[in-house]
Design a protein around this ligand. Structure first.
Ligand code: DC
Length: 228
């Protein structure tokens, strides 16, 4: 399926870790009354399950099998907060654990894992009227999407944002460590042969380094309303 076949518009929001995609995408969806799909949460959920079950993170076949037997449901709370249910259990608060951060790029690097994730993402977005955030949404999952945004920010800013997110969850990690971790994860995400982190040629690029969330949301809504 592509966006032409979807019943309503798809807004793709891609970019590296910590660029503000999920906060912004959730807010844009809320403003337009659209659904929001956090594809990173899907890869994180698989990484969490792999860690919890002791699966070999280098074994593509084992990870594909694990995914095939995993039920993933994403629900939205009032206010747009997404909750992720894996096999009937709410795992939302576990998805941002440092161990998951460290494992997720490896899990997301496998072609057959991505194939199955993309299949599910296209199914979830079938009805359109949805904001989808990830790394390969505008290039690979919905290359025909009429609205594509690519959010960036300096490495320092992205590390600081991640630090604040983690601090809210009770994890205290210094910014230099986080900057190194993000740089490493971006490098893995950009270098992989399947669905790499890449800017679509027709994406609107927004550097969020010195922007408040409100301003980024307003810019996306402005572009959307101008073209819709
Ligand atoms: O957006 P996030 O930080 O929650 O994403 C977690 C990881 O999942 C990230 O390292 C890259 C991967 N990912 C991906 O490969 N493709 C996507 N569409 C979304 C996320």
């Amino acid at each position: 399926m592509n966006a032409d076949e979807a019943a309503g518009p798809i807004i793709a929001v891609d970019g590296p870790a910590g660029a503000g995609k999920s906060t912004v995408a959730r807010r844009v969806a809320d403003a337009l009354g659209f659904l929001y799909l956090d594809t990173g949460a899907m890869y994180r959920a698989l990484a969490l399950k792999a860690l919890a079950t002791g699966a070999d993170l280098r074994d593509e076949e084992a990870l594909v099998r694990l995914l095939q037997e995993t039920d993933l449901v994403l629900t939205a709370e009032p206010g747009g907060q997404v909750r992720v249910w894996m096999d009937g259990q709410d795992v939302t608060d576990e998805l941002r654990r440092p161990a998951v951060n460290a494992a997720v790029s490896q899990v997301a690097g496998f072609g057959r894992v991505r194939e199955e994730m993309v299949r599910r993402q296209r199914g979830l977005a079938r009805g359109g009227r949805i904001v989808v955030d990830g790394r390969d949404i505008g290039t690979n999952v919905f290359p025909q999407a009429p609205f594509k945004f690519f959010l960036t920010a300096s490495l320092e800013t992205r590390a600081r944002r991640r630090q604040q997110d983690l601090a809210r969850m009770g994890y205290h990690v210094d910014t230099a460590t986080l900057a190194e971790e993000i740089r490493h994860r971006d490098a893995l995400d950009a270098a992989r042969p399947y669905g790499p982190l890449r800017q679509a040629p027709d994406a609107v690029v927004i550097d969020t380094t010195d922007m408040e969330v409100d301003a980024v949301v307003a810019e996306i809504l402005r572009v959307y309303r101008q073209r819709a």
